[in-house]
Ligand binder design. Sequence first.
Ligand SMILES: [Zn+2]
Length: 92
Amino acid sequence: MEAKDTVMSPEMKVDILKDCRHRGETMLPKLIINLTEAQAEISFKAGIKEMVKWGSEPCVGHKRGIFKHQCHLCWQAKLKEWGLDAKKEGEE
Ligand SMILES: [Zn+2]
């Protein structure tokens, strides 16, 4: 899954704007805040779901019978894929 796959549907945006209008919130900044907060929640939940799904997959090629969330090597590979691995001093 990529970030673009978590963008809320046009229908959901319309529903949020209708809900804002129903509550008397018609100022643009408030509408933008409502939309972006709803979008952030969608993306945040999708990220958690993606992470749980990954961790529940079996470790491949390191140790039999464990899941990726139990495998230090799978974890390090995932961090590297995300660019979050601890790099040694002087490395880019
Ligand atoms: Zn592994």
